[in-house]
Design a binder for this molecule. Structure first.
Ligand SMILES: Nc1ncnc2c1ncn2[C@@H]1O[C@H](COP(=O)(O)OP(=O)(O)OP(=O)(O)O)[C@@H](O)[C@H]1O
Ligand SMILES: [Mg+2]
Length: 252
């Protein structure tokens, strides 16, 4: 069980134009918050900021915590944030088992223990006996499940979903959604999902934030469904201005 994923005043601008207006939101462990927005609105960029890999072309502000741990300035590998993409990004030159073992990282030591963890993950995905398979020989749904399990084997403390259901057909999509949300909730992870598919948002059953455009043309975030833990700072910010991150109290 990890802490909440907490964003405070996170905003992103590109070439002086605000993409993501200041967003403050807290995602409790075992819950999914969805951010919806049209193509090009900056959803993937927001996730790359949270993961620590945002491109230099963007200007970002705001602070990010997992529980009590601030990760805003941490390098990606120390954040312990897993991102699942639309493309599964399995390594084509590694077997399915080797892909999963890569997720394990160096902390799990010993051949036997590593092999046992990989086998358990394959079992869980309904893929027992698939360790030696070439990922290219898997179906789309099977690849997607392996990609999620590889990510979870790294024991992340938060999970970001970048439209990972997009490429699957309707039936597989519903299956894989259940698989992802089920595993994330069981692992007690806070999950932030971005999507432009309303069905994804509905399946997540959590609060939904919408990234849209105000009457004045500035991007704004509104809360489509708001429980008490969610606070969307939807105030329109003049184009080109990026707000400074809010000061944290002495306890932070
Ligand atoms: N590395 C980069 N350098 C400059 N501009 C970029 C870079 N990556 C993305 N962009 C631009 O930033 C904007 C936001 O892109 P982003 O990929 O975050 O959108 P998105 O909401 O994820 O869209 P989609 O739903 O199509 O995935 C787009 O205008 C895109 O062209
Ligand atoms: Mg995207």
């Amino acid at each position: 069980m990890s802490g909440a994923l907490h964003l405070e005043g996170v905003s992103i601008a590109l070439e002086g134009r605000m993409l993501i207006p200041p967003l403050s939101v807290s995602v409790p462990p075992g819950h999914v918050v969805t951010l919806m927005g049209p193509s090009g609105s900056g959803k993937s960029t927001l996730l790359s900021f949270l993961g620590g890999t945002i491109a230099a072309a963007f200007r970002a502000a705001g602070r990010v915590w997992i529980g009590e741990r601030e990760v805003t300035e941490e390098p990606p590998e120390r954040r312990r944030i897993g991102i699942l993409f639309q493309d599964d990004l399995l390594f084509p030159h590694l077997s399915v088992g080797e892909n999963l073992a890569f997720g394990l990282g160096p902390r799990v030591r010993g051949r036997k223990l590593r092999a046992a963890r990989v086998d358990a993950a394959l079992d869980e995905a309904g893929l027992a006996g698939f360790a030696a398979r070439d990922p290219a020989t898997l179906s789309g749904g099977q690849r997607a499940r392996v990609a999620l399990l590889r990510l979870l084997l790294a024991e992340p403390e938060a999970l970001l979903l970048d439209e990972p259901f997009n490429k699957l057909d309707t039936v597989l999509r519903a299956d894989f959604r259940r698989f992802v949300f089920g595993h994330a909730v069981a692992a007690g992870l806070p999950v932030l999902m971005v999507t432009h598919d309303r069905a994804d948002a509905e399946a997540a059953k959590g609060p939904v934030l919408e990234l849209g455009t105000s009457a004045g043309g500035a991007p704004e975030i509104s809360a489509a469904r708001v429980p008490c833990s969610i606070e969307a700072a939807g105030a329109a910010v003049p184009s080109g201005e990026v707000r400074a991150p809010p000061k944290k109290g002495a306890d932070g």
